[in-house]
Design a protein around this ligand. Structure first.
Ligand SMILES: *[C@@H]1O[C@H](CO)[C@@H](O)[C@H](O)[C@H]1NC(C)=O
Ligand SMILES: *[C@@H]1O[C@H](CO)[C@@H](O)[C@H](O)[C@H]1NC(C)=O
Length: 527
């Protein structure tokens, strides 16, 4: 029996190895000698834990282990043969240490199981690219995990989603099984038990131009399982509220909204657009699995709620009600604020990466503008925020630090919120230093500006200022290189002069003297 201390020190490995064992049941037989001692030890620990926690294996575990056997393990010897001998092979290239591979593997195995149940001719196989790098490069696998579908030996890249259901749907479409036909209530029942999201078509007969548009859409769409029936009774089982009109097309989802009816003419493009606009749930919870799909959405506006899962629970139902009112115009997304991988990059865009409180923000895909709800995030405030978003009346949000106290400062600190007031609307000449905390030569320039500020102290129409561009933004402040020195003439704030930060102190002083003087003259001339 392993000691407590050993359990503790190997706990990371156990977690990792449990995954490995689940994914590759023959691991202990095929590892190299150096590793096998360690692995044996981990298996022993695993067995013990398993005996304690899983005296009767759950049905899910049984399904998975059965599915594991359906996925063929590839190696240097069998890969080419298997690809050559099977009409359809869906292959997953993975490495055991890659977290994304580990996430996808159970889904892949589950997909293999579903496909077998459906009697699909697709063979499923996996290649450990770490152990067989030569084979991986031969198949042109560069990232992990990579999915490829081989049809008679020719591969095409995978473009579907990352759940078992997504994989099944995509693969069946690619091999020419785009639509499932349901002929009886029993079949429909079995189908409804397996699929919670699908597109239902009800037709008098499975031919004619409208039906053909439906099938074309089924082939062109990568994401949804299409089902067809000519029985109103069967359709009613899948969509209880269905009207007895034929043809009928509806999108069914597993959420309060349940289904959306297609009300346009039966044309492939219109069907595809309908699916694109309605494919997400009323409120989508962002995850590693769906983030690509969410970010690629063609819906122009995206509303994000960043919150702890406890805090979002009471908000979810009312949020779905709000989402209904903005369907196909605004995508509602919930992000767990404690999930650094998902939340941090988005919150950084808002300068709110340290926030612990609920944040509600919106992004505009097309012009990449951002908006922040700056009041309490109640459902009614969120609804008003969304209305403003659609009408274009929300003020664009820019990152800004808190407004600092500039009293007695030789060099003023400007932030996003005060850029208008202190730089653009001021009638004085401004020399603005734009810096970031990470830029190498910013400190040198800061010191120069400090010296210049002291030198020109007392000149009433000249102000020295600086702004940290990493934490502050303004649409009129467009700087790519840091540090930057910008001279805003009091007479014309729209065309700042960019000074070289390589200039000597003397050159800078001369420039300032010349321009500030010139302006005084110009002002006098006007009088
Ligand atoms: C694969 O090859 C076989 C044998 O040549 C052929 O009958 C079959 O139609 C091919 N499959 C596809 C999808 O092209
Ligand atoms: C600014 O200077 C005045 C006069 O010297 C002084 O009374 C005041 O405390 C200073 N304020 C700050 C914030 O340092």
């Amino acid at each position: 029996m392993p000691s407590r201390r050993r359990l503790k020190t190997t706990s990371n490995l156990i977690c990792f190895s449990l995954l490995l064992l689940l994914l590759t049941p023959h691991l202990s037989l095929s590892t190299s000698d150096e590793e096998s001692d360690e692995i044996d030890e981990l298996i022993a620990i695993d067995d013990e834990e398993e005996a304690q926690s899983r005296s009767s294996p759950s049905s899910e575990a049984r399904v998975l282990s059965k599915a594991q056997r359906i996925v063929v393990e590839l190696n240097n010897d069998n890969t080419k043969k298997i690809i050559r001998q099977n009409e359809f092979v869906l292959l997953m290239g993975y490495t055991p240490w890659c977290p994304r591979s580990a996430e996808l593997m159970p889904q892949f195995a589950q997909a293999a199981n579903l496909l077998t149940e459906l009697g699909s001719p697709i063979s499923m196989a996996k290649l450990d690219c770490e152990r067989y790098p030569r084979m991986a490069s031969l198949l042109d696998i560069k990232g992990y995990p990579t999915l490829l579908l081989f049809t008679n030996g020719t591969s095409q890249p995978y473009t579907g989603g990352f759940t078992a259901e997504d994989i099944v749907i995509w693969a069946r479409k690619k091999i020419g099984e785009p639509v499932v036909r349901l002929s009886s209530v029993a079949e429909a029942d079995a189908f409804a038990n397996k699929y919670s999201v699908f597109v239902l078509g009800l037709f008098d007969e499975f031919k004619g131009p409208l039906y053909e548009e439906f099938v074309r859409a089924a082939i062109a769409n990568d994401e949804f399982q299409f089902v067809e029936t000519n029985s109103h009774e069967v359709a009613k089982l899948l969509i209880r509220e269905i009207k007895p009109t034929k043809p009928f097309l509806g999108l069914v989802k597993s959420e309060p909204e349940r289904y959306t009816m297609f009300e346009e003419p039966f044309e492939m493009d219109k069907i595809l657009q309908f699916l694109e606009e309605n494919k997400f749930p009323l409120v989508t919870t962002l995850s590693e699995l769906n983030s690509l799909k969410v970010h690629a959405s063609q819906i122009k506006f995206q509303l994000y709620v960043f919150a702890e899962s406890d805090k979002v629970k009471p908000l979810l139902a009312p949020l779905q009600e709000v989402a209904k009112k903005f369907k196909s115009k605004i995508l509602f997304i919930y992000v767990d604020i404690t999930d650094d991988n998902l939340a941090k990059p988005l919150l950084t865009l808002l300068g709110l990466e340290e926030s612990k409180d609920t944040v509600v923000a919106a992004f505009d895909n097309k012009i990449s503008s951002k908006y922040l709800l700056e009041s309490e995030p109640t459902p009614s405030k969120i609804e008003a925020f969304c209305s403003g978003l659609l009408r274009g009346t929300l003020p664009t949000y820019f990152k800004s630090q808190a407004v600092p106290d500039n009293e007695n400062a030789t060099v003023l600190t400007v932030v996003g919120k005060t850029f208008d007031e202190l730089v653009l609307r001021s009638s004085r000449n401004i020399l603005l230093e734009v810096h970031t905390p990470w830029c190498m030569s910013c400190e040198t320039t800061s010191k120069q500006v400090e010296k210049l500020a002291k030198h020109f102290k007392g000149l009433g129409n000249l102000v020295f200022a600086r702004i940290d561009a990493s934490a502050n933004e303004h649409p009129k402040l467009q700087v790519d290189d840091y540090p930057a020195l910008l001279f805003y003439s009091g007479a014309d704030k729209s065309n700042p002069i960019k000074l070289s930060t390589k200039s000597s102190l003397k050159e800078l002083a001369a420039f300032i003297k010349k321009n500030v003087k010139a302006e005084e003259h110009a002002a006098k001339d006007e009088l």
